[in-house]
Structures are given as C-alpha cells and as structure tokens.
Design a protein around this ligand. Sequence first.
Ligand SMILES: [Zn+2]
Length: 260
Amino acid sequence: MRNVRVKPLAFRKISAVSRRCHWWLALAVGAFGLVALCFVPGTGNAQDTRVIYQVSSREAMAIGRFDGGPKISTLKKHGNFGLGTFDGLDGELIVIDGKAYQARVDGPPTLADDAARTPFALVTFFKPTQTITVHTTTNLQVLEQLILASMPSKKIYSAVRLTGRFTSIKARSVPKQTAPYTTLAKAVEQQHVFTLRDVDATLVGFWSPPAMAEMSGGGLHLHFLSTDGKHGGHVLDCEFNPLKVELEPIRHIEIVLVDH
Ligand SMILES: [Zn+2]
C-alpha cells in the first residue's frame, strides 16, 4: 500500500516540476520566436504594412488581356502612387499624390474617370524610406544600378519616385486597342514615341525583382507626368542632372486577377 501511495505523490511532484519547466520552455521559445520575427532581416513582421496592390500580371498583358479590371475609384483606395494602363490600352496610367492621370496617345494627360477600368496596374501608399542623391548626369540604366546598390535586397520590390528637371525624357503611349486583342508586343509596335528636352517632371513607378518578372515585368518600370501637366507616358529612357531619387523597399504584394 505504501508503495502504492508513494508512487502517486512522487508522480505529482515530478509532474508539477515538469509543468513549471514546460511553462518556462514555452515562454523561452515564444520570446525567441517574437524576437526572431521582429529582427531577422527579410522575413517582414507584423508592423510591416507596406504593400503593393497589383492588378493582373505582366504575362496576362503579354497575351492580350487588355480589358476589364477594377475601376480607377477602387484602385485609388489601394494606393496614392503608381502606374498602369486602361481598358483596351487606352493610354498610360500615372498615379501621383492620389490623383490618377490618363496619358492617351494624343493630347495632354487628363484626370482619369473614376469609372474607367484598369486591366493592369501597380499602386501603393508611397512613404519613401531612402533617398539617393545622384551627383552626375545619368540615364535610366545607370539609375537602375544606383537603385539596386541602395536596396536592402534585390529580391524585393521598391517604389521609386524622381522629381525635378530632366535633360531629356523619351517616352511612349500606345493607341487604344479593340477586341479581339493582339499581343502586347504587336500593340506596342503602334506606340507613339516622343522625346522632351529640359522638362520639369515627376517619374513614378517600381523596381520589381527578376523572380517576379512574369508577374510584374522585372526591373525598372516608370511613368512620368510633366510638372506643367502637358505631357505624360511610359518612360523608355531619361537623362538628368543631379537629382534626388526616393525609394521605398516593399516586401508584400497583393494581386487581384482579372477574369473578364
Ligand atoms: Zn508602363
């Protein structure tokens, strides 16, 4: 009987010690996990609310999915900064300070109709965290290298904004397409290319990592709006004297697919 009584007591003792150990172990693991979540680079954390909202994909555009998509009014709820296109490739979309502009192939850019639809766009609420000061005359290729050298990782996105005077901006807009649509490569053959010299402008867009090329294009994608509001489009190249370039590295992306 004694043996029988002793056994449960010993068990209760060991069990109580064991429970305390488990609590301490659980607390230690939890604390370590919390620290790891907050400080391990590249994982993001609960406070990292920076996100790109993207409509459709570059690959869908490549095969001619040029229509449908959310309304511009919806897009603006997901970002005040970005770029894209319109239903039927009817001009280049430029989003600056919460205003969406439509730069058609002819005429100056206009404020986009909130009811217009976008089959491809990337927007975010821009809050730059880094500034690069470019000291010499630079073109788009050099700019991309400067951006990459400043980014914490080449595996994530960065929102990019340039504001100032440009020696030149070479840009394009594409004429509206009608269904049945051709491929993007064929549509771009009809692009209207123009070059502006000594122009004050704002360039907005994103650098996307090579691993996301089919989704977002890969590399640097910029649209511009001249400060006088008379010109806008998709930037093919640009040259500029000393200028500040603002960046916002972004790890999160939300993608809405277009099914009509
Ligand atoms: Zn573009």
